[in-house]
Design a protein around this ligand. Structure first.
Ligand SMILES: *Cc1c(COP(=O)(O)O)cnc(C)c1O
Length: 354
């Protein structure tokens, strides 16, 4: 840290992204990316759009929002697009939290929430999950702040049903409730149908996981026009060109061929089921995943040791050091071939004696 760094950031603990190996031979199951690459139609659209890189992108992202409105079946003025969904989440912390309106989220959830609270000097409260990592929804009723609920949750992989979230919405009429649906396409119920009835609901989505565009950085927020206007005020005070031309072109082309994405989600769910069985046969315990990852622990080997042994063998998974989760690992569901290699490597590690 230099002697010039603002003292307001002295306590900042930045988010630590999963490792990004230089060696492309590694099997990368550590950041919940989609193992299937984007279609040629998408990369062609990006190449074509790149001819206009001398021009700023559309600050209102009209074509992209129009494509999203068709895809999600919501009006265009209920949509905001951002540079990854991390950006819309940060905007929500900026727009809907302050000294008197803390951020409230589960104690085990997306690691970026406390970081967004810190960088924006917002107090936050962490509500403990039950021992089995499920959310005790009653603890979120009549909250004293803005709620952030990842559904499905990460890294636990567990989802709430829509009616459970609707009850939280009803019991928080004076609070904004942000439902982070980064993984919803892998088998959970979306809260999008509730947007028309609840003016306190913001749903966030991303193209990073189910639509194979993690590297493009494209996030979406869906809410009634008043909340969207607040978020746009923050966006236009931060970076009005937050979605660049190449990303917008990629997003539009991607939605045109959304059947490809949905078919990939179906394949990933199938591979997830296969992987769950294979890992349970090896003695793993895990939560019921409705995401593209598994949250698993083994009684005979620590989470950290398993992570290290797999890394030696060229397979990356994610280990978190947090008190409640350090026994576990978060394992992204890759292709069937990748998961077969993972299972074979784990077998070898367990047989060698943990
Ligand atoms: C991956 C993830 C995000 C952010 O995704 P972006 O790549 O920034 O769109 C947000 N929330 C959760 C729970 C995630 O796992």
């Amino acid at each position: 840290m230099s002697r010039f760094f603002s003292e307001k950031y002295l306590d900042l603990e930045p988010y630590v992204p999963g490792e990004m190996p230089k060696n492309r031979k590694e099997i990368k199951l550590n950041t919940n990316e989609n193992p299937y690459p984007p279609l040629k139609e998408v990369t062609d659209a990006v190449a074509e759009e790149s001819k206009k890189l001398n021009l700023y992108s559309d600050p209102d992202s009209r074509d992209l929002r129009k494509a999203l409105a068709g895809n999600l079946d919501v009006p265009e003025d209920e949509i905001i697009v951002t540079n990854g969904s991390d950006e819309i989440l940060n905007f929500a912390f900026m727009a809907f939290c302050d000294k008197h309106t803390p951020a409230i989220f589960p104690d085990v959830t997306y690691g970026f929430y406390p970081v967004f609270a810190q960088i924006n000097q917002i107090p936050y409260e962490e509500i403990p999950l039950r021992d089995d990592f499920t959310i005790d929804t009653g603890k979120f009723y009549q909250a004293a702040g803005t709620l952030f609920i990842a559904n499905p949750n990460a890294p636990t992989a567990i989802a709430l049903e829509r009616d459970e979230i609707e009850e939280i919405l009803k019991r928080n009429a004076y609070n904004v409730v942000v439902v982070d649906e980064a993984y919803v396409d892998f088998g959970a119920e979306s809260c999008l149908p509730l947007v028309k009835d609840y003016d306190n609901l913001l749903v966030t989505r991303t193209f990073s996981k189910s639509r194979s565009l993690a590297g493009a950085r494209l996030g979406v927020g869906i809410a009634q026009p008043e909340l969207i206007a607040d978020l746009n005020a923050v966006r236009n005070s931060t970076n009005p060109y937050n979605v660049n031309r190449l990303t917008a072109a990629a997003g539009i082309a991607c939605l045109k061929h959304d059947d490809y994405n949905m078919e990939n989600c179906r394949k990933i769910i199938e591979t997830r089921t296969w992987s769950e069985h294979a890992l349970k046969d090896l003695g793993f315990e895990m939560t019921t995943s409705r995401t593209n990852f598994l949250f698993a622990r083994h009684p005979d080997i620590s989470g950290e040791k398993l992570y290290e042994e797999l890394k030696k063998r060229g397979i990356l998974i994610r280990h978190f050091k947090g008190e409640r989760v350090h026994d576990y690992n978060r394992i992204t569901v890759g292709t069937p071939a990748q998961m077969e290699k993972l299972v074979a490597a784990i077998k070898e590690i367990l047989e060698a004696g943990a």
